[in-house]
Design a protein around this ligand. Structure first.
Ligand SMILES: [Fe+2]
Ligand SMILES: [Fe+2]
Length: 137
């Protein structure tokens, strides 16, 4: 049994909230990106959304990693490594954007969407449950 004080409880609940809320925001951005791409609303709009996703991912992964360290989450190393791999993929996509005059390929979008969905399923669900389970009854 882990004993946590009131301050830690508050932090724990906000960590869980941040993780879940961020997932919704990121998912919405990815959906937006896919819609923009499929409707051909123009490369600038896709590029803006793609850059927003990278920014949000950097912020979100940082928050998750902080929560994992704070609560001594047992899968921290593997989870953090997965974050680095995702960021690498998205940053490469950003470099390609520069090299292709801002045109985002549908393959990059689909790959990004797939890798994020797999990450949530494989790593984030477990972390969310871990944070929730630590909540005092
Ligand atoms: Fe996440
Ligand atoms: Fe994660």
């Amino acid at each position: 049994m882990i004993s946590i004080n009131k301050g830690q409880t508050k932090k724990l609940m906000s960590d869980q909230f941040i993780v879940e809320h961020d997932h919704q925001v990121i998912q919405a951005l990815v959906r937006d990106l896919c819609t923009s791409a499929s409707k051909s609303r123009g490369p600038q709009e896709c590029k803006n959304i793609f850059l927003q996703i990278i920014e949000k991912l950097e912020e979100h992964f940082g928050a998750e990693e902080e929560a994992m360290h704070l609560h001594e989450y047992p899968d921290t190393a593997a989870h953090s490594a997965a974050h680095r791999a995702i960021l690498k993929l998205f940053r490469e996509g950003r470099e390609n954007l520069v090299n292709s005059n801002g045109k985002l390929s549908l393959a990059v979008i689909e790959r990004g969407e797939e890798i994020l969905a797999r990450h949530v399923h494989k790593f984030d669900v477990g972390l969310t449950h871990f944070l929730r389970d630590k909540e005092p009854a």
